[in-house]
Design a protein around this ligand. Structure first.
Ligand code: MTE
Length: 289
């Protein structure tokens, strides 16, 4: 990871004095720590062409071809916010939320990574508007279901079950690093990247970054995500990036950086340990993978 080492470690020492809880509780400090990491974005060609979007295809370049014909970019944001909250609504207008621009590293469970410059807003701002009730413990996200544009949804041999579903614990969703992205490389999301709006949770494997979201529900039971349902032994609910927990079919200790000749060591929580480890202090990361 590209870090201005000296500056980062000097400041990190100061932040650590505040204690981990205080550290992330303070959004300004989270933003400051991110700036200090100074990731250099990968070549945008990777983000636009090396994509996973099973609704289109399991083949990365076919995804791009189908996406071009889908007109997904032209769809307005239209998310049903429901479940255990005081203010259920249909979300269309996101201009009310403060825009954030963040360069995060995306680490795919397939053991490759790229650094992506997202634009969007913090999910916690939407949660504050929806006002979850005391019973709400999780958030469930659902992707668009439209067999007229998604060939794998129309096929009777579809690879996974649709619509694509993901979930987060409410405290993970409220973390200032968790964003809903509408832009990538300063342009509105392309269809293949999950237009018009998708989730970004930088300390988790890429499959948590659910695309083309149409529904967000507050629940009191843990949602079962698409890949977890497909194969619970291989894909867990948490999906936190962890070099010490191997995928049953390959190691997660190292990964290929797209655009670089070299592999690099995978870091716990994808390098965001300082910011997020406190969320999991009571959790066995080996069994809750
Ligand atoms: N969301 C939906 N709806 N369908 C998908 O197939 N693939 C996931 C995630 N979100 C996927 C999805 C996976 S496996 C990854 S790695 C990331 O999207 C990839 O995001 P990108 O193609 O924009 O890099």
């Amino acid at each position: 990871m590209m870090i201005t080492e000296e500056k980062f470690y000097k400041n990190r020492r100061n932040f650590l004095k505040l204690g981990a809880g205080a550290l992330v509780a303070n959004e300004a400090i989270a933003e400051e720590l991110l700036k200090l990491k100074e990731l250099v974005p990968s070549d945008s060609e990777y983000a636009f062409n090396y994509v996973n979007f099973y609704e289109f295809s399991t083949n990365k370049s076919d995804c791009v071809e189908y996406a071009k014909k889908s007109n997904l970019e032209k769809r307005a944001i239209n998310i049903e916010i429901s479940g255990l909250c005081e203010n259920p609504m249909t979300l269309n207008d996101i201009s009310q939320f403060k825009r954030v621009d963040r360069v995060y590293k995306l680490r795919c469970v397939e053991a490759w990574s790229m650094n992506l410059p997202w634009g969007g807003f913090m999910l916690k701002d939407l949660i504050a508007l929806a006002k979850p009730t005391k019973e709400a413990k999780y958030i469930k996200f659902t992707s668009l279901y439209d067999p007229s544009i998604f060939p794998d949804q129309a096929s009777s041999f579809g690879v996974i079950e649709y619509p694509y579903v993901e979930g987060l614990r409410l405290d993970e969703a409220m973390h200032p690093l968790t964003i809903l992205a509408t832009h990538l490389y300063n342009k509105p999301l392309l269809a293949q990247n999950g237009a018009p709006i998708r989730l970004v949770v930088p300390w988790k494997y890429g499959f948590k970054y659910i695309k083309s979201i149409v529904k967000i529900e507050f629940t009191n039971t843990q949602p079962i995500s698409t890949w977890q349902k497909y194969n619970p032994k291989e894909y867990g609910f948490y999906a936190n990036v962890n070099p010490n927990v191997a995928h049953p079919r390959w190691s997660q200790a190292r990964h290929r950086v797209l655009g670089s000749f070299f592999k690099e060591d995978t870091e716990l929580f994808n390098g965001y340990e300082e910011e997020v480890a406190f969320l999991y202090k009571d959790l066995d990361l080996k069994t809750n993978f």
